[in-house]
Design a protein around this ligand. Sequence first.
Ligand SMILES: NC(=O)c1ccc[n+]([C@@H]2O[C@H](COP(=O)([O-])OP(=O)(O)OC[C@H]3O[C@@H](n4cnc5c(N)ncnc54)[C@H](OP(=O)(O)O)[C@@H]3O)[C@@H](O)[C@H]2O)c1
Length: 281
Amino acid sequence: MATVLITGTSSGIGKVTAKHLADKGWRVFATMRDLSKRGPLEKLLVEAGTGGQVTFETLDVNDPKSIDAAAASILAQTGGTLDAVVHNAGVAIAGAHEDMPDEEIRRVMETNFFGVLGLTRALLPAFRAQRRGRILCVSSQSAFAGQPANSIYCASKWALEGWAESIAFELDAFGIDVILVEPGPYRTEIWRTTERVTPPGGPYTTWARLVFRGADAHEAKHARDPEEVAQVIAEALEVPRPKFRYPVGFFAKLDFLLRGKLPTRMIRRGTTRYLGIPRTR
Ligand SMILES: NC(=O)c1ccc[n+]([C@@H]2O[C@H](COP(=O)([O-])OP(=O)(O)OC[C@H]3O[C@@H](n4cnc5c(N)ncnc54)[C@H](OP(=O)(O)O)[C@@H]3O)[C@@H](O)[C@H]2O)c1
């Protein structure tokens, strides 16, 4: 039975991916930083009748000790092998850079970027020894073009993609595949839990509120069922030769196609107009 470790399975894309892969016969190690949040995934598994394939483990990607303990525990249960890791855990913070608390910037980078590096390093000896393995990172449409009031989230996904594209060179000889799955908007908790930093009377506050209004309208109209992302993740893990990148959904595919084809200023103007923000100059 193929084995997979997934991070951040308490909600959203991680939760439905754990269920989807279990449905397809994978042995899933569903990890989350707080196991008391396992209820929603357990409920989904009971409804689907797939509970037997899923083992819950604690894993906080911001804590090196937690990473090492989870990797050791999971590899001990599989006899030292693992077919794939899905780096899914992610957070965001919205607002203008000048308003952003330093610790928030670091929290996003720690979770979305450094956490992926740490867990990958903990698993690489097993992947190298078995001379195969898939390292799948849930990136984002945000890696294709800058977005207003979303600079640190975009930066974390751009960093992730540069790192992933680079380590693919050194891992190729070991039969290890590196894969990016890049969703557009999907209906998950991240849209509601992401803090919006808008200090009253701040120089960016009026602008940021307009951005959020546009983003909310975009999400309400276009965000889709995260099951679609789970299906693409399953495909990328199961095809004999996976592609390097999988943009998921119309908007991710559009941004991917436009990248490098239109001047960045033109894309910025189009995004501004789409969100309903008045032109500043
Ligand atoms: N939804 C979208 O529109 C969209 C689009 C593109 C990309 N993505 C990416 O998809 C991934 C999943 O996000 P989502 O949309 O499913 O949002 P979500 O519902 O908020 O899920 C995020 C998951 O990450 C977990 N997490 C956060 N910090 C963690 C940490 N330090 N250690 C372990 N787990 C941690 C959360 O756990 P807690 O419950 O403990 O907070 C939660 O399980 C993220 O990488 C996100 O950037 C989402």
